[in-house]
Design a protein around this ligand. Structure first.
Ligand code: UT7
Length: 320
């Protein structure tokens, strides 16, 4: 069995920064409400010419550069997205084409806001089995194109961006300790798109019962982080950084409080990026990496919760 380390990270954002104040001119909302209920101050929205695939490609290029690895050495691309630009080809194969990689395995996974953990799990397993050596694991979304811009309850939450990591096989060093992912389809109606896509020819728009989703997110995340620490034989005090899905600062605070983590150990980007679904965890990882927050050997706990419901966590020893 091989191990896997993160050797590079990268990210990309929608080209237009939109503040809460900007949104309050179009919707019956306010900066005070959005900040108090979510912690969000701004978000980045894709502009004409930006697509899920182009954001994924930009993030992938930066991750390759950070790892000092040539695109032609990549043998696996896994893209997590809930907003592919088209039904097919997949975003992963579009990225492969843009990177001019003539032969590799490329696939998309769909698990909404937990998508990056699902993609990481897929790549980690293939690396462990010796089926891949250098994998681009990407979360990319253009959620602004499936937001109902007349619904203030959801329009203020979601945004566009992409994050990528390069996951490399090694024989000696353990980076990824474990990834655990779960789903429960009985909650599907609480957070879904309505009115498409596909045969109807329409684009489905996001609909969410926020309060119920909030409750489930807090309880499932508490459960999964406990389970993960126990499974891999760690204590909460061993965690150097929590890298959570960035949906709502109050959800993140609840997980940090449960783990008794000081705020300095929590990577928080929701205030600037808002909820970028599958892109949020790798975007947060890249932001913290670029800020020089992590040092070699740090223990990171990644977690996410999203539509489906899907949720999951991963413990990673930072080896960069
Ligand atoms: O990433 C995938 C998973 N998603 C999540 O984890 C999101 C989970 N849910 C949440 O983060 C929160 O439920 C929200 C941020 C979506 C909403 O916060 P809340 O504290 O649960 O508010 P609420 O839905 O209970 O609404 C409270 C009030 C309502 O008014 P009334 O009925 O009390 O008069 C809403 O109509 O706030 C009103 N409201 C707003 N007011 C100003 C809802 N949206 C807005 C808004 N601006 N944008």
């Amino acid at each position: 069995m091989y191990h896997a380390i993160i050797s590079g990270t990268g990210s990309a954002l929608g080209a237009q920064k939109v503040t809460n104040e900007d949104l309050s001119h179009k919707l019956d909302t306010s900066d005070a409400w959005i900040q108090e209920r979510t912690g969000i101050q701004s978000r980045y929205l894709a502009q004409e010419g930006q697509t899920t695939a182009s954001l994924a490609y930009d993030a992938a290029c930066k991750a390759l550069e950070d790892a000092a690895v040539a695109a032609t050495d990549v043998d696996l691309i896994v893209v997590a997205t809930a907003t592919p630009d088209m039904h097919f080809p997949s975003v992963a194969t579009q990225v492969q084409g843009m990177l001019d990689i003539k032969k590799c395995t490329a696939l998309d996974v769909s698990a909404a806001c937990s998508g990056f953990l699902y993609a990481l799990d897929t790549a980690f397993n293939k690396i462990q089995l010796g089926q891949a050596k250098k994998a681009l694991v990407i979360g990319a979304e253009v959620l602004s194109r499936i937001v109902n811009w007349e619904d203030r309850a959801t329009a203020v939450l979601f945004a566009d961006g992409a994050g990528a990591v390069l996951l490399e096989a090694t024989e000696e060093t353990q980076g990824v300790i474990g990834v655990d992912i779960y789903s429960d389809g009985s909650f599907g109606d609480l957070l879904k798109t309505v009115g498409g896509p596909g045969s109807s020819g329409q684009q489905g728009l996001i609909e969410m019962q926020g309060r119920e989703v909030f409750k489930q997110a807090v309880s499932k995340l508490a459960e999964v982080v406990d389970f993960s620490l126990e499974k891999y034989n760690f204590k909460a005090e061993d965690i150097d950084f929590l890298v959570p899905h960035q949906a709502n600062k109050r959800i993140i605070d609840a997980t940090a409080k449960k783990l008794k983590l000081d705020a300095s150990k929590v990577v928080l980007t929701v205030s600037e990026h808002a909820n970028t679904s599958a892109a949020s965890v790798p975007l947060a990882l890249d932001t913290a990496n670029k800020e020089g927050k992590f040092k070699k050997g740090d223990l990171l706990l990644l977690e996410a919760f999203g539509a489906g419901f899907t949720w999951g966590s991963s413990l990673i020893r930072w080896q960069k």
